[in-house]
Design a protein around this ligand. Structure first.
Ligand code: NAP
Length: 276
């Protein structure tokens, strides 16, 4: 088993994830895994970094596929006895003008952004080593979507006692409510992406609390963040930040020094803790 520190970035064959891997290759003292759901896209991205003189390793990971997540888990366990840095970056968004029915958009978006990310956390968080870092890439849209929720939902999502099971129930209810076309009546905002990212931010707050309760002595720091508005296939060419600039806050959180006792359980943008 290797004692080399190891970092894993989900959805890193392009966009912000790719830029996070690029930065970690330069700054992280260990093995950096570029992961992608599609092997050939992943290996092409790995080769692109190689041309820049950077050495990332590739492993397949589709966060929608539990078998794929578990294969990565078993690989990390066997080869490294765990992992040191996990960046949950993979995500999807329908384009504004997409005509796919809203209920389908809700189901598909929540499946990857919330349930997929949660499944990765369920399988990989127990493997994170002492002084490890976990970064969940959410979005400022989670804050604006929270503002668009009913008072009752806002209270639940800001609660310091909400459980993961309660959050899963709420995310499931959103999808069900869209199918019945009652989501707005039930207090939800009209954005599937926004609700999925509320899920990611609240999940991060819950997971950080659980780490405090169950693994306090391990000094693991877990946060959610927004990369900013970044020129990628998701956000388009008019966005204000380059992918490398978008990677800055996630990379800052992934590389917090081992004597840092925070941030932990926070939502950050531009390396600054934001009020939730
Ligand atoms: P992007 O260019 O579309 O890249 C998304 C990445 O996620 C791709 O590598 C994609 O792989 C991967 N992915 C999607 N579904 C996956 C799955 N089931 N399993 C594994 N990988 C999967 O988007 P981006 O702008 O870099 O976004 C990265 C993260 O930042 C997302 O979580 C996004 O919500 C968040 N974010 C972006 C912005 C922005 O302005 N760009 C703003 C706020 C937050 P494929 O190539 O196979 O599709």
């Amino acid at each position: 088993m290797s004692n080399v520190p190891v970092a894993v970035v989900t959805g890193s064959n392009k966009g912000i994830g790719f830029a996070i891997v690029r930065a970690l290759c330069k700054q992280f003292p260990g093995d950096v895994y570029l992961t992608a759901r599609d092997r050939s896209r992943g290996q092409e991205a790995e080769a692109k970094l190689q041309e820049e003189g950077l050495h990332a390793l590739f492993h397949q990971l589709d966060i929608d596929d539990l078998q794929s997540i578990r294969a990565l888990r078993d690989f990390l366990k066997e080869k490294y006895g765990g992992l040191n840095v996990l960046v949950n970056n993979a995500g999807i968004a329908f384009k504004v003008h997409d005509t796919t029915p809203f209920a389908i958009q809700a189901e598909v978006t929540l499946k990857t952004n919330f349930f997929g990310t949660r499944n990765v956390c369920t399988e990989l968080l127990p493997l994170v080593k002492p002084y490890g870092k976990v970064v969940n890439v959410s979005s400022m849209v989670s804050s604006s979507a929270l503002g668009g929720c009913s008072r009752e939902l806002q209270q639940k999502f800001r609660s310091d006692t909400i459980t993961e099971e309660e959050l899963v129930e709420l995310m499931t209810k959103f999808v069900e409510d869209t199918k019945k076309s009652v989501h707005e009546k039930e207090g939800w905002p009209n954005t599937a992406y926004g609700v999925s990212k509320i899920g990611v931010t609240v999940l991060s707050r819950i997971q950080a609390r659980m780490l405090n309760e169950k693994r306090k002595g391990d000094h693991i720091l877990l946060n959610a963040c927004c990369p900013g508005w970044v020129r990628t296939d998701m956000a388009g060419p008019k966005a204000t930040k380059s992918p490398d600039e978008g990677a800055e806050t996630p990379v800052y959180l992934a590389l917090l020094p081992s004597d840092a006792d925070g941030p932990h359980g926070q939502f950050l943008s531009n390396k600054t803790v934001r009020t939730w």
